[in-house]
Write a protein that binds this ligand. Structure first.
Ligand SMILES: *[C@@H]1O[C@H](CO)[C@@H](O)[C@H](O)[C@H]1NC(C)=O
Ligand SMILES: *[C@@H]1O[C@H](CO)[C@@H](O)[C@H](O)[C@H]1NC(C)=O
Ligand SMILES: *[C@@H]1O[C@H](CO)[C@@H](O)[C@H](O)[C@H]1NC(C)=O
Ligand SMILES: *[C@@H]1O[C@H](CO)[C@@H](O)[C@H](O)[C@H]1NC(C)=O
Ligand SMILES: *[C@@H]1O[C@H](CO)[C@@H](O)[C@H](O)[C@H]1NC(C)=O
Length: 508
């Protein structure tokens, strides 16, 4: 029934339901069900992709809306979790009192694709990447019960980053990618993007250090790094609001040392991606063709919003870089506790009670808080948790704004905040317990006492007015086109299937 949305995770859930005789298994599958784009309860019912009032008649074919209330999460070990050993916090934040660096902030929807492709194009020796997932722009990472597309389609992959990586591989750059293992199997006779890259010498490793790697990260030639909120999906590059920066310059050795230590730790623990199909000589000729690949860089959607052109900003300023989970909550809190008079937060979601309480306390002690959040959050559990926090804050007089939604299923997925006017932080993670877990620094695998869902993320803080200004322009520009946040109610509008497809591809 839910097959109408066509995503692979949907099919997996269905297969479990079909195969399972025991009610308990069905429940576990339903609890993890990513195919429900929303739950309809309290006098409403599922109709197509929307909720309608119980008293109305539904004229839509079944879609992605589900009856009932959102199940608790996580009810069971997430399928992408391959951690087997306790992870111990080990990477202390790198803190420089005056860093001589060059920072190039960039934002989706206009300037992620050109900035990141340019970053890759400049690699001459090494390129180390972390991406949570890969959602092909040519439907090569989806399908059910297996994924993939024809060799010629994958070769023509429309995601420019894929082609830029192949060009780098062909000019001899040594490339590694760390990503999560969602259990995808490539169909017989087809190829998936990671197969294609692997067959071109790109080393792909499946993450196991903690529950999930949530980093959107690249480093190049031991002299440049790129840290952002940008997922490898079309919507993240071209439709969402996303934020990040490239970091280069004189003091880069220290930054690279830190990033390399984390990368090598995670790489060491990866399981190699295995290409399971074999390809004919003529297919291999297409796959490994070393000719330079031309590709289109699409321009951003035509709509009015602030869109700073990425430009390098030289700094000599306090700089801090830290990774999650290692000491990440403590490092964030110590920064937050230093906030004196103003705080601007432009974030996808706040689902952490401790951080929500910090906002409340700061507001109470007179800090001027400007808070802009995503209109929509993917995942009903997260949406509900974030709403609880926002309602609590608004009840105490903190006015929260929701960013203007330029269409259905466009997220404001950036994660950045500006303290006291000049101290800007940006992160690959949300204000969620999985991104800033805290605790005693020991994160055991699922099944052991004290387990919690823990992500690998990177966080950067820069105390520089020129860098802060670029981020400030974005939050204030988007703020000017925003409305007061109110608890979400059910949309009557239709979900675009393409966008929904993208989203489901990006699970969790
Ligand atoms: C939801 O419940 C209504 C009755 O309340 C039913 O007609 C409809 O088919 C259900 N939809 C789904 C997707 O289960
Ligand atoms: C790939 O195959 C090797 C050797 O059989 C195995 O150890 C490894 O776990 C496999 N990788 C994944 C991601 O399953
Ligand atoms: C609080 O910050 C906002 C956004 O910068 C600003 O417009 C407003 O004037 C500030 N309010 C006070 C009381 O300073
Ligand atoms: C945001 O901009 C769009 C496009 O110009 C406009 O239609 C919409 O009304 C604006 N929303 C708000 C809340 O200002
Ligand atoms: C981005 O990717 C992460 C990890 O795959 C996922 O948790 C998140 O839902 C995605 N979000 C958006 C808005 O693209």
């Amino acid at each position: 029934m839910m097959l109408v949305v066509g995503g692979k995770k949907v099919a997996v859930v269905l297969a479990v339901i079909v195969a399972a005789a025991a009610a308990v298994t069905v429940m576990a599958a339903a609890a993890a069900d990513p195919s429900c784009c929303k739950y309809c309860s309290d006098g409403s019912k599922a109709c197509g992709d929307s909720c309608i009032s119980d008293s109305n008649t539904c004229h839509q074919p079944p879609g992605c809306a589900c009856n009932g209330t959102a199940p608790p999460s996580p009810p069971s070990d997430p399928s992408y979790d391959h951690q087997t050993k306790t992870y111990h916090a080990q990477f202390k934040p790198l803190e420089l009192s005056s860093a001589d660096l060059t920072i190039t902030p960039f934002f989706s929807p206009d300037h992620s694709v050109d900035t990141i492709v340019d970053f890759i194009s400049k690699a001459s020796k090494t390129l180390d990447i972390i991406t949570p997932s890969f959602s092909s722009w040519s439907h090569c990472s989806s399908g059910s019960p297996c994924v993939g597309c024809k060799v010629s389609t994958c070769s023509g992959e429309k995601f420019p980053v894929f082609q830029a990586i192949l060009n780098a591989a062909h000019r001899g750059v040594s490339i590694r990618i760390i990503t999560n293992d969602f259990g995808d199997v490539t169909c017989e006779g087809k190829i998936a993007p990671f197969d294609f890259l692997s067959l071109n010498g790109v080393k792909v490793g499946m993450y196991t250090s903690t529950t999930f790697t949530h980093s959107k990260f690249m480093m190049r030639d031991g002299n440049a790094a790129s840290i952002s909120s940008v997922n490898w999906s079309r919507s993240s590059y071209m439709k969402n609001r996303e934020a990040g920066a490239n970091i280069e310059g004189k003091d880069m050795a220290l930054v690279i040392d830190f990033l390399t230590a984390v990368y090598e730790r995670d790489w060491e623990a990866t399981r190699p991606y295995n290409v399971t199909n074999s390809y004919s000589a003529s297919d291999m000729a297409i796959i490994t063709n070393p000719a330079h690949r031309d590709f289109d860089i699409p321009s951003g959607p035509d709509r009015p919003y602030v869109s700073p052109k990425p430009k390098p900003i030289p700094i000599n300023a306090p700089f801090k870089l830290w990774t999650s989970p290692d000491f990440s909550y403590k490092a964030l809190m110590s920064d937050l506790q230093a906030v004196k008079h103003s705080f601007k937060l432009y974030i996808y979601q706040v689902t952490d009670d401790r951080l929500c309480d910090w906002l409340l306390d700061a507001h109470k002690r007179g800090v001027n808080i400007t808070m802009l959040v995503s209109s929509e959050i993917y995942g009903s559990g997260d949406q509900q948790k974030a709403s609880e926090c926002f309602e609590k804050l608004q009840a105490k007089g903190l006015v929260i704004h929701r960013a203007w939604q330029f269409g259905f299923y466009m997220y404001n997925h950036q994660k950045f905040w500006i303290a006291d006017g000049t101290r800007v932080s940006f992160s690959t993670g949300n204000w969620s317990p999985s991104d800033f877990p805290g605790g005693d620094g020991a994160y055991p695998p699922y099944g052991e006492p004290g387990w919690q869902s823990v992500n690998r993320d990177f966080n950067v803080r820069i105390d520089d007015p020129a860098v802060a200004k670029v981020f400030d322009d974005v939050i204030m520009g988007d703020w000017s086109n925003s409305t007061t946040w109110h608890p979400p109610h059910h949309h009557a509008g239709a979900v675009s299937m393409t966008n929904l497809f993208d989203t489901i591809e990006q699970l969790p």
